[in-house]
Design a protein around this ligand. Structure first.
Ligand code: C5P
Length: 406
């Protein structure tokens, strides 16, 4: 007899069980993930241990089960920060209303919530609760917050509950959870399979001294959405990101940097690539005379910051002597004469396409959820309507696919 394909071989999944009756379904999820080759580690809240024992969960995961923040044993063996960093994906199943509320508000008073706050891996949560709790405005507001931060909510399903009530609130079935995990961890072949891409995203931080820096309002939402869309299309993607509060997109190799110089070096190291999309809001200048110790405030004596130019990553790729990407895409955030300035920038930086957007404060695009862009190529200008940043990413990737499959 043959089992399911070991498509999750080498993947590490951290399952967080919180206190709901649906805990009884989780050993089945663990068993199926392990059958597909995943390494599964489980962590339980105190309430979860009332529904299913750590012994049962540990027997199917073939690993010890972590339950305590204050256990000297558990801390010595792995430690909560390592536990948080160890997985390729975190699955919260079942996710109670209480746990979702804690996640939304950043509380960290036990091992599960601390790990959920400390992880950088993508989080999938499968809510399970009474329909009235699910429909409560507080729960719905918490879900909106979590979705905005990139948490994927799976379900809940509708139907009979443990108590004599029906409605939305049942945890989805184990098979659906396994499919959701697999879809996030294993890129399916797509039109860009075999192609490599580099994406830059987010702001850069340029130090003034060890505690102060110059930054900008870029959220990284657009660049991260593009990296995710390229990966979904099958490309092998390296995302070089400045400091952002977004989770790493699934299926993408992420390099975290702070300064423009670090971003430039990371991009150079990631070459060669077929596609490069420079969506980062790279600081134009850095402080030449940055202090190595904190600059003291002396009344009446203002420090003078001397600025020097940062490397232009996009322009560097455009005139790269040996490894210019086949398709090079830049952004132009402008506040006036948007198209005209962007056309000039396309030529100056020698990139193939520019996505120009109006970032006047009244548009709310910088840091916001939506974007209104114009795609500028050698052939002309295509103006797209105002759409979500993930829709901009999908549309851009569709255009990129057209180049590589022509
Ligand atoms: O010149 P400007 O900053 O408006 O150009 C914007 C475009 O150039 C964006 O694609 C941005 O990612 C890229 N850029 C860069 N390195 C810099 C400055 C901008 O890659 N130092």
């Amino acid at each position: 007899m043959t089992g399911p394909a070991p498509d999750l071989a080498g993947k590490r999944v951290l399952i967080v069980l919180t206190g709901g009756i649906a805990c009884y379904k989780v050993p089945e999820v663990i068993r199926r993930l392990k059958e597909r080759g995943a390494f599964v580690r489980a962590l339980m809240t105190e309430a979860a241990t009332r529904f299913v024992t750590p012994l049962t969960v540990g027997a199917v995961s073939s690993d010890r089960v972590y339950t305590e923040l204050w256990s000297r044993d558990e801390e010595a063996e792995v430690g909560h920060i390592r536990l948080a960093r160890d997985g390729d994906l975190v699955l919260v199943a079942p996710a109670t209303a209480h746990t979702l509320a804690k996640m939304a508000h950043g509380l960290a008073d036990d091992l599960a919530s601390t790990v959920l706050l400390a992880t950088r891996a993508p989080i999938l949560a499968a809510p399970a609760m009474n329909p009235a709790m699910w429909q409560h405005p507080a729960t719905q507001a918490n879900l909106r917050t979590l979705r905005d931060r990139g948490v994927t909510i799976i379900g809940p399903a509708s139907g009979a509950m443990a108590e004599p009530e029906t409605g939305p609130g049942r945890m989805v079935e184990p098979a659906d959870l396994v499919t959701a995990v697999t879809d996030r961890l294993v890129p399916r072949p797509g039109p860009l399979t075999g192609r490599t891409a580099i994406v830059t995203s987010g702001p850069t931080h340029e130090p003034i001294d060890p505690v102060r820096f110059i930054a900008n309002r870029s959220s990284g939402k657009q660049g991260h959405a593009i990296a995710e869309a390229l990966a979904r299309a099958g490309a092998s993607v390296t995302l070089v990101t400045g400091p952002v509060i977004l989770p790493d997109p699934p299926g993408v190799a992420c390099l975290h940097v702070e300064t423009a110089e670090q971003m430039c070096a990371a991009v150079e190291a990631a070459l060669p690539a077929d596609i490069a999309v420079c969506a980062a809001a790279v600081a134009d200048w850095r402080v030449a005379n940055a202090g190595t110790s904190k600059i003291k405030k002396v009344s009446g004596d203002l420090p003078i910051l001397e600025l020097t130019e940062n490397p232009d990553i996009l322009a560097g790729l455009g005139r790269h002597p040996t490894a210019r990407p086949t398709l090079l895409v830049g952004f132009a955030a402008e506040t006036d004469r948007v198209i005209e300035h962007a056309q000039a920038k396309r030529l100056k930086k020698r990139c193939d396409w520019i996505l120009a957007n109006d970032v006047s404060p009244e548009t709310g695009t910088f840091g916001g959820e939506h974007n209104r862009v114009h795609l500028i190529t050698a052939d002309g200008v295509e103006s797209w309507p105002q759409i979500s940043k993930s829709a901009v990413a999908s549309r851009l990737v569709a255009a990129i696919q057209a180049v590589f499959t022509a």
